[in-house]
Design a protein around this ligand. Structure first.
Ligand SMILES: [Zn+2]
Length: 113
């Protein structure tokens, strides 16, 4: 339950921001999920609903933006958009790939009323 831990941490972070900025409510939270982060966006959304159920953030809109990750082939040095369903180089079919981007999950934006 990787996603549940992430949502828990995110909730704490958002609450910290609310306290620091003296906010009573948040309209919308946007998170950016890299396709190579190992996080399933649908699952993340479900977990967010679970951790915020009955809290002051229950009504907050939760938006997930997916960011396509890129990888580099260590055999032919090409860089390409990585497809998690086919982890091989589109040029030489090599399997030695190094992820470049898309491994992160970031809290991108918090919209206040
Ligand atoms: Zn290659």
């Amino acid at each position: 339950m990787h996603e549940l831990g992430i949502c828990d941490a995110m909730l704490k972070m958002v609450r910290g921001i609310m306290k620091d900025e003296e906010l009573d409510a948040i309209t919308r939270i946007t998170v950016e999920v890299g396709s190579l982060s190992g996080v399933m966006p649908n699952f993340l959304a479900d977990c967010w609903v679970a951790v915020t159920d009955g809290t002051e953030l229950e009504e907050t809109e939760f938006v997930i933006e997916e960011l396509a990750g890129t990888a580099k082939c260590l055999d032919c040095q090409r860089e390409f958009v990585a497809d998690l369903n086919d982890l091989s180089c589109p040029v030489c079919k090599g399997k030695k790939l190094m992820p470049l981007t898309g491994r992160d999950l970031t809290l991108k934006e918090i919209l206040v009323p």
